[in-house]
Ligand binder design. Structure first.
Ligand code: GDP
Ligand code: MN
Length: 398
């Protein structure tokens, strides 16, 4: 689960990390009071969306030369003007894709003087099973670009959970950033606090880009992006309260209510599969035969008829879907349950696109009978290869 920058900074502040003072606003009318509360003399008006690259982003339909989603100004009038220009508009950045994201919240911050911009992130490194730090002097830039062009400028290390964070980790950060004396000490404190925040809140990713050295020589987190481990949210109601569902895919929210593993994709073939591995294989084979999947969906091992019905409804409600492939291997899952779920869903929401069903495993004959006798226009398939070819052909024809 992701949160907005201003929320992430509030979390960091709880752990004593240095962030700028700021006020979130939802309406342009709130801009003036927010700016006055902060006092100036420099303000930063920051679009709050769950995507980076805002500074270099552009607003849809904005006049030529209009500035990005993060703007620095010395005038309250401009704070007001920018708020009016950003709120409600669609910001397109390299991370949002061409559709962009609507800006519904702004963060008005006091402006910081920047002497140097660094990069620092933390993530759970699955290879070592430890929390890893990624640090670079190349701040404010896309880290993928840095990794590609100048990989020697990136320093990484991971923290053994048995010892936790140690002074040498802080020294490694300071060294990577070329900091000495009191600034190295500050880097050490920052490293310790970041690790505390990361582990206490069960984060899966924390990115500070840029981490800056201010004009008066102190470190400050100028941007903050946090993702939390969804599997640990049950023990963080305060984090769950920060969720902004308008930033998430409506279909994914619906799927999460039924405990379905669902991810929306860009293609045309809706997939209902059980088991993550089989689901991945299904996406691959659709691509192999020349079409693109509209989603990843794992209904799980022991799905109920109700869950299957919900899954089918989510797929059919997607206007991008031009055909549906149900691919089930009934191990724990029984084929007749799947068949009944599909039929219940079709009766409830109708079926306007071709549907290919491939069933195999427990109760397969009962499942096939249920579908055969349903009177529905279902294209049966014998194996995965056959199923993929049939749904691709049906979608191409339609
Ligand atoms: P992003 O583009 O979505 O990553 O948004 P950031 O929060 O990183 O802001 C983009 C850029 O705006 C930063 O890299 C800084 O160069 C600049 N910026 C952000 N806050 C301030 C500030 O307080 N003062 C100044 N001078 N520049 C800032
Ligand atoms: Mn940034």
């Amino acid at each position: 689960m992701n949160i907005h920058e201003y929320q992430a900074k509030a979390v960091l502040k709880e752990f004593g990390l240095p962030v700028s003072r700021g006020v979130p606003i939802f309406k342009p009318e709130e801009a003036e009071a927010a700016a006055k509360e902060l006092g100036g003399p420099v303000w930063v008006v920051k679009s709050q969306i769950h995507a980076g690259g805002r500074g270099k982003g552009t607003f849809k339909g904005a006049p030529e030369g209009a500035k990005g989603g993060v703007r620095v100004t010395k005038s309250i009038d401009e704070v007001k003007q920018y708020a009016g220009e950003m709120l409600g508009q669609t910001l397109v950045t390299i991370q949002t894709g061409p559709a962009g994201k609507q800006v519904n919240r702004l963060y008005i911050e006091e402006g910081a003087q920047i002497a140097a911009e660094f990069y620092l992130s933390m993530l759970v490194d699955r290879e070592t099973g430890q929390v890893a730090f990624v640090v670079s002097t190349e701040g404010g830039m896309d880290i993928e670009t840095v990794a590609h062009d100048t990989p020697e400028k990136i320093v990484t290390f991971s923290v053994d959970p048995a010892t936790g964070i140690m002074p040498h980790h802080g020294r490694a950060v300071a060294k990577a950033l070329g900091l000495t004396g009191p600034q190295a000490k500050e880097a050490g404190e920052l490293t310790t606090k970041l690790y505390a925040a990361f582990t206490a809140k069960d984060m899966s990713m924390l990115e500070i880009n840029p981490l800056v050295l201010t004009g008066d020589g102190h470190l400050k987190c100028l941007d903050a992006k946090i993702s939390f481990d969804s599997n640990a949210l049950y023990r963080h109601p305060d984090v769950v309260a920060l969720r902004d569902e308008t930033e998430e895919d409506a279909k994914e929210i619906e799927a999460s209510k039924y405990d379905l593993a669902y991810i929306a994709l860009d293609g045309t073939i809706g997939c209902m599969v059980n088991g993550a591995g089989l689901a991945m294989a299904t996406l691959d084979i659709i691509k192999l035969y020349g079409e693109e999947p509209a989603n990843f969906l794992d209904v799980g091992g022991g799905a109920s008829e109700e869950k299957v019905t919900a899954a089918f409804k989510i797929i059919t409600a997607d206007p991008q879907v031009k055909g549906i492939l149900v691919n089930i291997f009934g191990g724990i899952m029984k084929c007749d349950v799947i068949a009944r779920g599909v039929i219940a869903a079709v009766k409830a929401v109708g079926l306007e696109v071709p549907l290919v069903v491939r069933l195999e495993g427990t109760n397969v004959e009962q499942g096939k009978d249920i579908i055969r006798n349903s009177g529905l226009n279902v294209i049966p398939a014998d194996d995965l290869d056959d199923a993929a070819q049939k749904i691709v052909a049906a979608v191409k024809k339609g």
